[in-house]
Design a protein around this ligand. Structure first.
Ligand SMILES: Cc1ncc(COP(=O)(O)O)c(C=O)c1O
Length: 415
């Protein structure tokens, strides 16, 4: 199919949930994408913070090819080595004791919310029994009393019902109401409001250490330790959604390392297999202890192909030298961005290679102009450019990207 046919057919045969520019990508290499006309684009979106190792990484390609020739899928009815090898790496290098695999970010959050609700039911049952009251937590009289989930303004956790219910943007939620009951939103980074929202009825608090979709907003330094304290005080679980900011993108292996606190559960997805679909929930033993066979599951999750691909990604990122270099490149990117014409640029923020450039105007025209000049950018809200290049981006590529953004801003200010 040629470019025109593809674009016209898409409009006819696809459910129109995406608004796409008139570009058809055919292949990629490193930090570059190529379209059907042979045009090269520097990719500062990385498939929405996914392609951490860039496109067509030779080792990743070789391992995926080998594994595809051996075994792609057998379902979770059977043991396979890559799944356990990946889980071992995640457990060895985090707060977690155990891992549950799924296929996407929304599924990871969905699972975390389910785990929290089950954990809370058990906790509540234990509490009631200790107080000498009758029955266990599954008894209807006690059902839902410790079921509240606290989420935050600007938070994005996915599109399936549970994850959507804790996603803040009304435009995403309202057309699909009624949603999961028991969700309370508090203002992000507001310590007092968090203290009001989190109480004895709370079973879980879900938060992105660095918000992605919501405008690239890092949590205030004291915010996450404060949430940890409130969760401990009220016996609630703290869930960090590191689907976008985790696995190196913040400059640390886990974004929460920047804050010196650990959660009870952490969700991962986007970069974990460099573009193959995977999600994971990392949990402590006290959460895992309430889960038993049949509680949750997935046909595809944690298959040998995707897990072998993820092993390659994890091993490459989980190197002190890689992470240090990446953090330094993130700092360099911000320094260059700070030199952009202030006035148009009202803020530069983020962590590592997840950087937001807030403008005093909508960013859509800048994104279109940058694409015409061979740079792929995405937004995070109406006024924020989101820069999330592959983690392997070079300093020269960073300089090229910032030079193009500067040209676009200058052109835009003249129009
Ligand atoms: C922080 C965060 N959580 C969850 C999700 C949902 O992930 P997915 O699109 O893989 O379902 C996203 C996607 O952008 C995200 O940024």
């Amino acid at each position: 199919m040629n470019k025109v046919d593809i674009i016209q057919s898409e409009a006819q045969v696809m459910v129109q949930t995406y608004k796409r520019p008139e570009v058809v990508f055919t292949h990629g290499k490193g930090c570059y994408l190529y379209d059907s006309d042979g045009q090269a684009y520097l990719d500062f979106a990385a498939g929405i913070a996914v392609n951490a190792l860039g496109h067509a990484d030779p080792e990743w390609v070789q391992v995926v090819r080998e594994q595809a020739g051996l075994l792609t899928h057998v379902s979770n009815l059977y043991h396979t080595a890559p799944q356990v090898q990946l889980a071992q790496r995640l457990v060895d290098n985090s707060f977690a004791d155990r891992v549950f695999f799924c296929n996407s970010g929304t599924e990871a959050n969905e699972a975390a919310l389910k785990f929290a609700r089950k954990w809370a039911k058990k906790e509540e049952g234990r509490g009631k029994r200790e107080e000498g009251e009758e029955g266990d937590a599954s008894h209807s009289a006690f059902r839902n009393s410790k079921s509240k989930i606290v989420a935050f303004s600007g938070g994005f956790h996915g599109r399936s019902y549970g994850s959507l219910s804790v996603t803040h943007k009304a435009q995403y939620r309202e057309p699909f109401a009624p949603l999961l009951p028991g969700v309370t939103f508090a203002p992000f980074n507001d310590l007092e409001a968090a203290a009001e929202a989190i109480d004895g009825q709370t079973c879980a608090v879900i938060v992105e250490p660095v918000q992605g979709e919501g405008g690239v907003n890092p949590a205030r330094f004291e915010f996450l330790p404060w949430l940890r304290q409130l969760c401990d005080q009220h016996n609630a679980l703290l869930i960090f959604d590191e689907v976008q900011c985790g696995l190196g993108r913040s400059g640390k292996l886990w974004a929460h390392e920047l804050y010196g606190v650990t959660p009870d559960m952490m969700t991962l997805a986007k970069p974990l297999a460099n573009g193959l679909p995977i999600g994971a929930v990392l949990v402590t033993e006290r959460v895992a202890a309430v889960l038993q066979p049949g509680d949750h599951g997935s046909t595809f999750a944690g298959g040998p192909l995707v897990c072998r691909a993820a092993e390659v990604v994890f091993d490459r990122i989980n190197q002190p030298a890689f992470l240090d270099d990446m953090a330094a490149k993130g700092q360099y990117l911000k320094e260059l961005l700070w030199q952009l014409p202030m006035g148009q640029v009202t803020a530069v923020r983020g962590a590592g290679l997840l950087v937001g450039v807030e403008l005093n105007r909508p960013v859509a025209p800048i994104i279109a102009a940058a694409r015409a000049k061979g740079l792929i950018l995405i937004n995070a809200g109406e006024n924020v450019l989101r820069l999330a290049p592959p983690l392997i981006v070079t300093r020269e590529e960073i300089e090229t990207a910032v030079a193009i953004i500067k040209e676009c801003l200058i052109d835009d200010s003249k129009s």
